[in-house]
Design a protein around this ligand. Structure first.
Ligand SMILES: Nc1nc2c(ncn2[C@@H]2O[C@H](COP(=O)(O)OP(=O)(O)O)[C@@H](O)[C@H]2O)c(=O)[nH]1
Ligand SMILES: [Mg+2]
Length: 332
């Protein structure tokens, strides 16, 4: 996706971000989202100079099925955090929004109050981009927000495709939101997702739903009981919350702070972030490869090769070799 035209130089971008100027931060993220080589070169130069300013935020991923209450929770959570003097950046990774566009609109209205809060920066993911692209640039967006002085980064993602795993690989704390509804609900949760969580919130624990929420909490604890202790050594916690009634929101923050001090003292935070950087290399490589493979030139070569395969003139493995060579020759 091409970046909107920006006249800012790399130096202006760097200085603007150092000064915490939102408009400049927004422009820098737009550049990071661009697939144009020129834009990438520029934003990488900026990012490299800003790297010493990054890494100081608590990075929190927030996931759960659509409708579980992620955006509403972020709104309530963001208010609590800013009242404590925190500067909060919200990045959303929503692959479903490409199709419907509805969820982004929904998020905007749901986070309306938060978006007017001067200590908050909200950035929805660009629409019409491949999932890999969106999440890949989310890392850069996160670093840019840290350099701009944000202390808490919230990344909202929905339980679609690979997005959870990718977001899990870029945050310190992964928060899973679940609806009450007991046994059925637990089964509805994608396999493996509970293993990724550092904390679980049972949402909408208000009105007639309080009892069901407490039951869901007990079920979740039971399920966790059979899980191996994560390598972080952290015991996963389950809380009930009501974002509408502001219940459990501060407790959720306390849980994350507790995790943060645990992970810092044990050295796990640093180890984890180091491993995440290695994954970033791998993901970037995959992303580059995928982009090359989808280029018009490669697409043409590929359809030509597929014709040969159909005529029994070529083995699929030979076609793969040829495509690999075509990518190589393009590079040099
Ligand atoms: N009763 C109740 N409803 C909630 C709560 N949080 C969210 N909702 C409702 O659940 C629906 C989906 O919320 P939303 O935050 O958009 O979910 P998301 O798709 O996970 O981001 C909305 O209609 C919200 O008003 C809550 O704490 N209590
Ligand atoms: Mg949402």
């Amino acid at each position: 996706m091409p970046a909107r035209k920006t006249s800012l130089t790399a130096l202006e971008l760097e200085q603007g971000i150092r000064g915490g100027v939102r408009a400049v931060l927004a422009k820098a993220i737009t550049l990071a989202e661009s697939t144009h080589a020129r834009d990438q070169k520029k934003i990488r130069a900026v990012l490299k100079r800003l790297l010493p300013l990054t890494g100081n935020a608590i990075r929190i991923g927030i996931t759960g099925v659509p409708g579980v209450g992620k955006s509403t929770f972020i709104e309530a959570f963001g208010e609590v955090l800013t009242r404590l003097g925190k500067k909060v950046a919200v990045l959303t990774v929503d692959p479903t929004s490409q199709k419907t566009k509805g969820s982004i609109l929904g998020d905007k209205t749901r986070m309306e109050k938060l978006s007017r809060n001067p200590s908050v920066f909200i950035r929805p993911s660009p629409t019409g981009t491949a999932l890999g692209g969106v999440t890949y640039h989310t890392r850069e967006a996160m670093l840019l927000c840290e350099a701009a002085g944000f202390d808490v980064i919230l990344i909202e993602t929905v339980g679609v495709g690979q997005s959870e795993t990718i977001v899990r690989n870029m945050v310190d704390f992964f928060l899973l939101l679940m609806l009450a509804g007991a046994g059925d609900e637990l089964q509805g949760i994608k396999k493996g997702i509970m293993e990724m969580a550092d904390g679980i919130l049972i949402t909408k624990a208000d009105g007639n739903n309080v009892k069901a929420a407490n039951e869901a909490k007990a079920d979740a604890l039971q399920a966790l009981h059979f899980q191996q202790t994560p390598i972080s050594g952290w015991k996963v916690k389950v809380l009930t919350v009501s974002s509408l009634e502001n219940k459990g929101i501060e407790e959720a923050w306390r849980m994350i702070q507790e995790y943060d001090s645990h992970a810092r003292h044990s050295g796990y935070l640093e180890i984890n972030r180091g491993e995440q950087q290695v994954k970033w290399v791998d993901e970037s490589l995959e992303q580059t490869f995928r982009q090359e493979l989808e280029s018009p030139k490669l697409t043409r070569i590929k359809s030509h090769l597929i014709n040969k395969i159909r005529k029994h003139d070529m083995l699929p493995s030979e076609a793969a070799d040829e495509l690999w060579r075509a990518i190589g020759s393009k590079k040099r």
